[in-house]
Write a protein that binds this ligand. Structure first.
Ligand code: NAD
Length: 354
């Protein structure tokens, strides 16, 4: 998932949208409430488009559009590879300096979602919570993650579960092991997902070494799970079975790949490959890469299941299935001698054309 490039004008924004295979881009400006919202619907072929609504500050409007386009595209691929009956979309609310009337602001956004007639289903993301979803639900039924409907401020435990399943599939495929007992994992980032991943993996008997630039977050995991810590820059060269990037995007660059000693890379961070070609480099080096957009989709799967009136049991079962999806991609990658990210992206792309 490395279709990134910077855009600085309407011309290049439109070219970027075309390049990503869009789709629809809708804008709503409402002076009274201060709402400035973008909804980028990437694809509708598999069903209504689903994706979170984020409210963050942007240094420019172009940047907000770029974010919406990039994230909506990624949602389509996450949904398609995990066989969800949805296309991908993202809503971006350009955070105003002050929201005078929060209820009116989010109700206005709810009206905007409703005007799209169900082509877009909204959910929580950075800067929004189930409380905001409740306000949106006053104006539209195309909303999930409300306090009544699966609402949870933090999707990280479910994301971590999916990543754990991706790691288990990779460990089985690459190392022939049915269990994580004694498997050594280097985790970059002990934040929301990192914390829950450490919890999942230590419960399965894995040995963890972790790094974080936030030493407090790291210490918390050391105290609670008895893991080993290492300096941030040393995480790549740890003598482990799995390197798990759970902090930043673009960490799989030439320098870092050359330093890797792990035969497996599997983590939660979005856009881990600094460039598409690094997927091929990992493949050439015999390092098994679990595609990020496949194994970090636990939160999205949950949101989609809840919208379809399923419960946490159903979404957990579907997230557990990430194991089988990942394993099949590893097998296909070996059969065709092609990088795993290329295989996964091709499958998702083909599903989006059906
Ligand atoms: P977070 O901000 O809670 O945690 C990230 C952690 O990484 C922080 O503790 C931060 O201090 C640390 N960090 C930053 N730079 C670092 C560095 N150079 N070395 C080591 N640690 C560093 O974020 P999160 O919610 O845990 O998400 C982690 C990654 O997973 C992000 O890339 C995010 O986009 C992706 N992701 C998260 C979810 C989710 O459910 N939260 C879902 C899908 C994808």
């Amino acid at each position: 998932m490395t279709k990134n490039h910077s855009v600085h004008s309407y011309d290049s924004l439109m070219r970027y949208a075309e390049f990503l295979g869009y789709g629809e881009i809708h804008t709503k400006v409402d002076e009274k409430t201060g709402l400035k919202a973008i909804i980028a619907i990437h694809n509708l072929k598999r069903g209504p488009a689903i994706g979170g609504c984020r409210m963050v500050s942007y240094s420019s409007v172009d940047q907000a559009y770029e974010d919406a386009l990039r994230l909506g595209y990624m949602m389509s691929y996450k949904a398609a590879i995990n066989n969800l009956p949805h296309g991908g979309a993202k809503a971006v609310l350009i955070k105003p300096k002050e929201i005078k009337d929060r209820q009116a602001y989010f109700e206005k956004f709810g009206e905007f979602v409703n005007e799209l007639g169900g082509r877009y289903i909204t959910a929580v993301d950075c800067g929004t919570s189930p409380q905001e979803m409740d306000l949106i639900a006053r104006r539209t039924s195309y909303v999930t993650c409300t306090t009544k409907r699966g609402g949870d401020d933090d999707p990280s435990p479910l994301t971590a579960l999916g990543v754990r399943r991706g790691i288990e599939a990779a460990v089985k495929f690459k190392l022939g092991k049915d269990s994580l007992e004694g498997v050594r994992v280097a985790i970059q980032g002990a934040g929301h997902v990192g914390y829950h991943l450490i919890k999942e993996l230590t419960a399965k008997g894995a040995q963890i070494v972790a790094s974080d630039v936030n030493l407090q977050a790291l210490q918390h995991c050391i105290d609670e799970f008895g893991i080993t810590a290492c300096p941030a820059e040393e995480i790549y060269s740890q003598e482990v079975d799995v390197f798990s990037p759970c902090a930043l995007g673009a960490v799989l660059n030439l320098e870092h790949i050359q330093r890797l000693r792990a035969p497996i890379v599997a983590g939660s961070a979005n856009n881990q490959l600094a460039h598409q070609r690094y997927g091929a480099l990992l493949h050439e080096r015999g390092i098994l890469y679990a595609p990020d957009f496949l194994i970090n989709a636990g939160g999205l799967i949950h949101v989609a299941v809840i919208y379809g009136h399923g419960d946490i049991g159903k979404s957990t079962a579907q997230i557990m299935d990430i194991y089988h999806t990942a394993y099949a991609i590893f097998e296909q990658s070996a059969r065709e001698n092609k990088p795993t990210n290329e295989i996964a992206e091709r499958i998702a792309y083909e599903r989006l054309q059906e």
